[in-house]
Design a protein around this ligand. Sequence first.
Ligand SMILES: [Zn+2]
Length: 328
Amino acid sequence: MSRAAMYQKAAEITDEYLLPSIRATVDPQATLPRGRLITILHTLQGSVAGSTSIREYMSPVRWSSGIYAVRLDIQKVSTAEQASATIIHEVAHLVDNTLILQGKTSAYGWISEALAVNAEDYAARLSLGGTAKVVAPGPKAPLPPNTVATHLRSSATPNPSETSPYSIKTPWYGAYERGARILRYAAEKVGGVAEVYRRLAATAPAWNAPDEERLAAWGIDRLAEVVGMTAEQLLTESMLAEVTDDLVSEQDAARHGLPQLEAWRHVNEPLADRAPIPLDRTVTQARPAQIVGGGYIAWRIPGLRGHGLSLKADGIPAQHEVRLTRLR
Ligand SMILES: [Zn+2]
């Protein structure tokens, strides 16, 4: 496919899924500005895309030009689906940024990326089935054409990133993966990401409030609060849901109080993908792990008749939790 044809296809996919995805994750009333959306293709330093020139100091006057501008790196975008997902992601940032026009701080910190990734993910699920609730394809079934790509691996899309979504390498990278999943889990408690966003935006401080105030307004404690949980509950439950979703029967999950994700079918993501390296029971081995706060690492320990298991953890912080979840 020529570059021109690829961009044409990307525009078609974007036209179809952009608004419904933005409305489901950011603002149910969102519309595109009269000037429509402009996508600028060029080479960027370091990243695949950037949204706009919009910053906190941007005045309503400049917004009145009615243009959303998204910059895409022509070198790093290789498929129409990826280009489309990236545009949807950036427009989610832009619509979020319009909170500034109300004098409020827009999503701040990791949650802004989590939000934009959820918009991508919603588009991917829409493109699969015309509904946000995916009817999952078989684990090996190829995805239909025009399925929007996203950072989140689920039955809606393979994960285009090379590293496992279950380890958090840097806090920043984690925003797109673990962060997006935490937001997604929280959203299921209250009927969708847009509802979470509405609740957070309702009490967001002024755009020029001190940094700590802005971070707190969009932070993990506040997110948990607006869905009726504590941060610790949200982190623990969402983590358990990620690691075990669709690996045990619905009845067993309900019986043991194991949190699961509703609008997500993890069939493309068997346990071996979530925790690729199994721990062998027949030898003693050490595994180094680096986990940021609120994150986790999961190991798969296959059963082996006649062999027990002992775990020893060194150098771990005082506040930690080790869980053994038996899946069969
Ligand atoms: Zn982003």
